[in-house]
Structure formats: C-alpha cells, structure tokens
Design a protein around this ligand. Structure first.
Ligand code: GTP
Ligand code: MG
Length: 240
C-alpha cells in the first residue's frame, strides 16, 4: 500500500529472463501485486518471475497490446504502474511517479524518457523515430506529448472504465495515452524519468513497428473523431 492506495505493477514480457530478474529485485516493498504477463516466452521468464514472487499470467498470442489487455483485466490495485521487463525503465522511480499522480491531480501520468540523459540507452534511429511519432501524435491530438511511445505509466485503475483499448501490438502504448488525453474525466501529465540500456535482446523492429505506430495514430484519430461526433451517454466503456 502507498498512502492508503493498493498498488499493482504490470509488466509485459517476451523472453526477458535476465531483465525481469533485475526489475523484480528492485520493486519497492509497498507494491501489493506484481503481474508479469508472459507472451509465450521460450526462455525461463515465467519461472524466474514466479520464483521472485510475481504472479505470472500467460498470454499465448504474441503482441505487446495483447499482453497488456490481458494483464490489466487481472490488476486489482487502485493504482496501476507499468514498465518493460528489460530493466530499461527506472523501477526506483515508482514512488516518485505515484507522488506525481497524487500531486498533479490527474488520472494518468506517463514517464517521458526525453531528454535522454544516457546517450547509450537509445539508438539514433530509435530517437529519430520516437521524435517523429511524438510530433505526429501531438499535431493530431492537439496536445504536446514529448514521449508518445513511453512504456512506463502510472494511473488510477478506475480510468480504464472510460477507455476503449483495441491495439494488440506496439501501438497500444500510444493508444492508452490518447485515451487518457481525450477523456476529460481522466487527465494526463508527463513526468521526466531516466532511461537505461535494456538488458537482453531487442524485440522492437524499428521499421515495421515505426510504420505500424504511425498508421495507428491516424486510425485512432479517425476513431476518436467519430466517437466524439456520434457521442452517446453510453459509449464510455472498456472494449478490446
Ligand atoms: N516486441 C514485443 N514485446 C513484447 C511482446 N510481448 C511482450 N513484450 C514486452 O514488452 C516490452 C516492450 O518491448 P521492447 O522490446 O522492450 O520494446 P521497446 O522498449 O520499445 O524497445 P527497446 O529499446 O528494444 O527496449 C518488453 O518488456 C517486452 O518483453 C511482443 O509480442 N512483442
Ligand atoms: Mg524496452
């Protein structure tokens, strides 16, 4: 518990046995529940996570978004914290981000990796790709977002009731931020964090994922526009 709030950490994992060991070793004691969503890893990710006290949820079908949608259904905390299983996001910053959520009076805090303090942590190609995606995101949704692709978020679980989350893949990361931004009842804020070099093998395919994420921004713009246009009092539901 943190200041009376139950805290759940959700971590999607695809072959992250080394990374998840490091992440779980640093999870603060006030966290009530750690859910590792194992995307049919072929290494020992699930065994390592279980042996270190995490609850392992299996998602047979690959996909970052699929993993999150499955994990979020099981999250019981008042506040949900997410991060990658590769130890690239600062586990030590969880309390700092929860404090920001409480202080800023918003429903969703996204951890921004920019400016990158450790130049080794992100390749130039990823840096440029992320900048383009964030510029397009900010233009389409008329809201300055420095890191549209960040995978570390802290938010109240009740916000999920207002979100419509559909993406099965990498665009899930931008989709959840769009949902937080476009629902007045939630409220969104970015807070800077330190980003480190990932442990283990890269899963991201820069060109394929970059183009998919770019196309998804336009698709989602259209979906949100249609939703607002044909607004009905019952349309604020979670879907997949
Ligand atoms: N790419 C990918 N990642 C998955 C999948 N399922 C779960 N993940 C996890 O989602 C997290 C994000 O994926 P990463 O490969 O780290 O992507 P990234 O952080 O954008 O890129 P890196 O700079 O390589 O860390 C990691 O913890 C993965 O293990 C999947 O099907 N595909
Ligand atoms: Mg990562």
């Amino acid at each position: 518990m943190y200041k009376g709030l139950k805290i759940t950490v959700v971590i999607p994992c695809l072959n992250e046995e080394d990374g998840i060991r490091k992440v779980l070793a640093h999870v603060p004691a006030f966290v009530d529940e750690v859910l590792v969503v194992d995307n049919s890893s072929t290494d020992r990710t699930a065994e390592v996570a279980q042996s270190m006290g995490a609850k392992v949820i299996t998602e047979e079908l690959r996909g970052y978004g699929r993993a999150y949608k499955k994990g979020l259904i099981h999250a019981a905390g008042d506040v949900i914290v997410t991060l990658d299983g590769d130890h690239s996001y600062p586990v030590d910053a969880i309390s700092y981000l929860i404090e920001s959520l409480l202080r800023e009076n918003v429903g969703f805090v996204s951890a921004s990796r920019f400016p990158i303090l450790n130049p080794q942590a992100m390749s130039m190609k990823h840096h440029i790709g992320n900048t383009i995606l964030s510029l397009v995101f900010s233009t389409l949704f008329w809201r300055w977002v420095r890191d549209s692709q960040s995978g570390m978020w802290v938010f109240y679980r009740r916000g999920l009731d207002h979100m419509q989350l559909h993406s099965d893949g990498m665009p899930f990361s931008e989709e959840i931020k769009i949902e937080a931004i476009t629902h007045r009842k939630i409220g969104f804020k970015e807070i800077h964090i330190e980003y480190s070099t990932r442990v283990g093998e890269k899963k991201l395919q820069p060109w394929r994922d970059g183009i998919e994420n770019l196309a998804y921004l336009f698709k989602k713009r259209w979906t949100v526009w249609r939703r607002n246009w044909f607004k009905s009092p019952n349309n604020e539901t979670t879907a997949s």
